[in-house]
Design a protein around this ligand. Structure first.
Ligand code: ATP
Ligand code: MG
Length: 452
């Protein structure tokens, strides 16, 4: 028994080393400085300092990932990643303010004031089954490797281009440049295996396609339809990060369309329009599309947006349905106010949404307030009493009113009536406030005059 096991292990080791042998035989395409457009002028100064220092100490040192990709495309990179053959503890010794971070895979963070440069040691991917879950997901990802191995463990070919600081050449092991010029996303290796290893790559495919206006190559696109449910195995905190990157970097509308096309929207937001009838779905689409366009507009203008805003939009119609059902179901037992029914529906839907995309308490309160205040805004409209004054002076009014206006401008008749009343009310109040201010100013002027 033991001997048999030993033989099996021996065969496995040979297979593994044969695999690595194959990887080591990758011949890169080298693109010389005169053949590409990456200029050091466009690389962050601190990143250059790190690259040069590693090189000067005899290490290999490359810029890689989104930074290289975006520079080649003439775009402003979000961040720069450095890859090297130096181990984290060696990197730490080279820089005064360097910290080793990460549990699953150690990275060096080199600090220059508030600027942080991330340096990763070349990594290899596992072929050993022990490091994969039953679904094929990578559980441990902490083996160092050489540059070839580092290239092929990356996700898309366009994300695996290396800029060599020694001679400013580009090093391409995976035909990434060809795909970059063809504006297409291709997973490195067998797409199904790569999605199984890390299902988040499906969302990354959508994100890069939306952001870069690239197509997704057929063999990279096709497995998404059958593997999409694997995303439910991903930690909700990680999916929250991906959600933010999909929707709050200026390409929300395009991300939404692609997620819908690939059936990923209902995985991420199972309630987004699950029980709506066809007519409401159409109306809901207008509301959501306008909401997404507004988000993209705000990002372009560098305006702040709370990431929970979009979830408030996506689940709005479902919350209405659940609230109405809850009210109707209980009408014989006790009379439930609309406000309480919405509160109940909000808690129910948000606790379910939170199991997929993690939402902090603060974000959930933000959404709940927007939804329940829609009830209050409608109820108070038409009654000029103290409540209108109190509500319009509260800190939550602005965002709830913005939501009401989005509903109104996308065809919600009830919201239109409510919004009309509030517009009139706010205009009248402003007039009174202006008058008060003028009177106060006059008083001040009188005081000032008396003092002279
Ligand atoms: P951006 O920062 O513009 O969103 P990026 O490509 O730099 O895009 P990052 O998340 O910063 O994306 O990752 C840096 C690089 O690390 C990627 O370009 C890719 O080479 C690699 N990478 C990131 N996530 C994965 C993953 N899930 N699987 C394989 N490689 C990955
Ligand atoms: Mg990046």
């Amino acid at each position: 028994m033991n001997i048999l096991k030993k033989i099996k292990n021996f065969i496995k080791t040979i297979k593994l080393s044969l695999n690595l042998e194959k990887l080591n035989n990758y011949v890169p395409v080298i693109i010389t400085r005169s053949e590409h457009n990456i200029s050091r002028k466009n690389i962050n100064k601190n990143v250059l300092r790190v690259l040069y220092k590693l090189k000067d100490h005899g290490y290999k040192s490359y810029l890689v990932g989104g930074g290289v990709r975006d520079l080649l495309l003439g775009r402003q990179p979000k961040d720069f990643d450095v890859a090297t053959n130096a181990y984290p503890e060696k990197i730490k010794k080279l820089f005064k303010h360097c910290y080793i971070v990460g549990r699953r895979f150690q990275l060096a963070h080199v600090h220059f004031g508030s600027d942080v440069v991330e340096v990763a040691t070349f990594r290899a991917s596992h072929s050993h089954r022990k490091h994969h879950s039953e679904e094929g997901m990578i559980l441990r990802d902490n083996i160092y490797g050489n540059i070839e191995q580092d290239a092929v463990r990356r996700d898309f070919t366009i994300n695996a281009l290396y800029y060599n600081i020694i001679n400013y050449t580009l090093v391409d092991y995976v035909d990434g440049l060809k795909d970059l010029y063809a504006k297409q996303l291709c997973l490195i290796g067998d797409p199904t295996t790569r999605y199984r290893e890390d299902p988040v790559r499906m969302l990354r495919a959508i994100r890069f396609a939306a952001k870069l206006e690239f197509s997704i190559a057929a063999n990279t696109a096709q497995p998404i339809f059958s593997l999409k449910e694997l995303l439910l195995n991903i930690a909700p905190a990680r999916l929250y990060d991906e959600y933010v990157k999909l929707f709050f970097y200026g390409h929300a509308l395009e991300s939404f369309k692609l997620l819908k096309q690939y059936g990923l929207l209902e995985i991420l937001f199972p309630h987004w329009q699950s029980s709506l009838n066809k007519q409401v779905k159409q109306f809901n689409n207008n509301f959501i599309i306008q909401g997404l366009k507004d988000i993209d507009g705000k990002i372009i203008n560098h305006e702040q947006i709370n990431p929970a805003w979009l979830i408030a939009i996506l689940l709005w119609n479902e919350v209405r349905i659940v609230a109405t059902e809850h009210k109707d179901k209980n009408k014989d037992k006790e009379k439930i106010s609309e406000f309480i029914a919405y509160k109940y529906a909000a808690e129910k839907l948000l606790s379910e949404q939170n199991k997929i995309i993690s939402l902090s308490k603060k974000l959930m309160i933000f959404i709940k307030d927007i939804w329940t205040l829609q009830v209050k805004l409608a109820k108070i409209a038409g009654k000029t009493d103290k409540r209108a004054n109190k509500l319009s002076s509260s800190s939550k009014f602005g965002i709830a009113f913005e939501f009401l206006l989005l509903r109104a401008t996308t065809g919600d008749k009830k919201a239109q009536r409510t919004a009309r009343w509030w517009h009139k009310y706010l205009a009248a109040r402003k007039q009174i406030d202006d008058q008060d201010n003028n009177e106060n100013n006059n008083d001040e002027n009188i005081v000032a005059l008396n003092e002279v």
